[in-house]
Ligand binder design. Structure first.
Ligand code: 3PG
Length: 214
């Protein structure tokens, strides 16, 4: 592992430890993104993942950065090197991938911002570990075994930390967070689609606050 990657992975871990809960957002416009991010920040969240699943995602990342809301804005659902470059060019402060095939792993290795690469199996985890990654997204967490799987992964991979995402909700977020290898949990439950569409920001703020166990 290079010193640069070690530092970058430590920064990823610090970001996740501070965040505890990471909303995974699919935004319809930049303005909606700013309002939503403000509501999440009001609920105590310190990092958000804007997925590149909508046409507005890149502009939303840029607008949320410009609004200077006191939270870190990452780009998620990064599937290839082009999306990686675009996300960083639009100001993404960290990068999340759902899975990490070799070409993408090689590209994110040299990213200028912290990266949380996704993996779901022991072999995928080992491929990332061999490249020097120590902070991974475990996706899709619940269908891949959830808390039981994360506990089992501590055996061979005691030096790794995971941000489980996929199928987690308000009811079990704290149980995941009780695991020693889970500094943060991610998911979309804090921002329901109907709240987003209705601009129901009070509900978003309340949900974020509950998710932190506050
Ligand atoms: C992700 O990309 O991390 C997931 O789509 C979030 O999963 P969830 O919608 O089940 O929380």
């Amino acid at each position: 592992m290079t010193d640069a990657l070690a530092t970058s992975q430590q920064n990823a871990l610090d970001l996740l430890r501070r965040a505890r809960v990471m909303p995974v957002l699919s935004l319809e416009s930049a303005a909606q993104g700013v309002d939503c991010a403000r509501a999440l920040a009001a609920g105590g969240l310190t990092a958000i993942e804007v997925t590149l699943r909508t046409p507005a995602a890149l502009d939303a990342i840029k607008a949320i950065r410009a609004a200077d809301l006191g939270l870190k804005v990452g780009a998620g659902t990064i599937l290839d090197v082009h999306q990686l470059a675009a996300a960083i060019a639009h100001g993404a402060e960290f990068i999340v991938t759902p899975g990490t095939p070799a070409a993408l792993a090689d590209a994110v290795l040299h990213a200028q911002v912290p990266v949380i690469p996704g993996a779901a199996t022991a072999s995928e985890i080992m491929a990332l570990r061999a490249r020097g990654f120590r902070v991974l997204k475990f996706f899709p967490a619940a269908p891949s075994g959830g808390i039981g799987a994360l506990n089992a992964l501590r055996g061979p991979f005691g030096d790794l930390n995971f941000c489980p995402t996929g199928g987690i909700g308000e009811d079990d977020a704290q149980a995941y967070l009780a695991l020693p290898n889970v500094p943060c949990v991610g998911g979309s439950w804090m921002v329901r689609k109907e709240w987003l569409q209705a601009g129901d920001w009070d509900r978003v703020t309340a949900s974020a606050r509950r998710s932190l166990g506050a």
